[in-house]
Design a protein around this ligand. Structure first.
Ligand SMILES: N[C@@H](CCC(=O)N[C@@H](CS)C(=O)NCC(=O)O)C(=O)O
Length: 205
């Protein structure tokens, strides 16, 4: 399999960590979608967005949650990242949903604060995005108190999503993680002690 995407993307990182923890072999192809030709990714995804996971049969999968659903549906015994069914599956998907939401707002703020030319800056919109990220992280701090690790300290999919969102905001918008969120910080520290997390820690392009 080939995973397309950059080193800053929290979504690409979620997929990379999920693949690694499931023990799957994959190649990384670094793509910068902010280039004028979308980094050449439009053959794989006409929307020009990453992550894209190219399967061994050549099929291209898009959307982080759909990609991870594929990985779970085809996982080896004991390697599922989310509960297979029931209320617990819904609860875990909801946590991942909040985490992905924080990541989405963080990506939007990257475009606003870092990529948009200074003459087109809109401070009110940036303040709104920052407020949403802050509120989202505060909510994740509450949700993280019930984070469940599997045997051998194998993190579940919801933990991967929370840590990817937290670490992305810490990298791209450090001012928004100044206020203490000790549970989330401890979760991130524990996860990043694992090679799958450490090797994919976000890097500003
Ligand atoms: N909902 C999508 C979001 C993916 C996304 O926003 N990816 C960003 C990179 S972090 C991207 O490709 N942005 C380029 C664009 O949307 O033009 C997912 O979860 O996969």
């Amino acid at each position: 399999m080939i995973l397309f995407g950059g080193r800053l993307s929290p979504f690409v990182r979620r997929v990379a960590i999920s693949l690694t923890l499931q023990g799957r072999y994959f190649e990384r192809q670094i793509v910068n979608v902010l280039q004028s030709d979308f980094g050449g990714i439009t053959d794989a995804n006409p929307l020009g967005r990453v992550p894209v996971l190219r399967l061994d049969d050549g099929m291209d999968l898009i959307e982080t949650s759909a990609i991870i659903d594929y990985l779970d549906q085809t996982a080896a015994e004991g390697k599922r990242l989310f509960p297979a069914d029931g209320l617990s599956r819904i609860a875990h998907l909801q946590i991942a949903g909040y985490a992905n939401g924080v990541a989405e707002k963080g990506v939007a703020l990257v475009y606003e604060a870092i990529r948009r030319p200074p003459e087109f800056q809109w401070p009110d919109w940036r303040a709104r995005l920052s407020q949403q990220i802050t509120a989202g992280l505060d909510h994740l701090e509450t949700l993280a108190t019930s984070a469940e690790w599997l045997a051998n300290d194998y993190p579940r999919g919801a933990i991967i999503a929370m840590v990817c969102a937290h670490d992305f905001i810490a990298t791209a918008h450090p001012a928004l993680v100044q206020q203490p969120r000790p549970v989330l910080a401890a979760l991130s520290a524990k996860a990043n002690a694992l090679p799958a997390f450490a090797a994919s820690y976000p890097v500003m392009a």
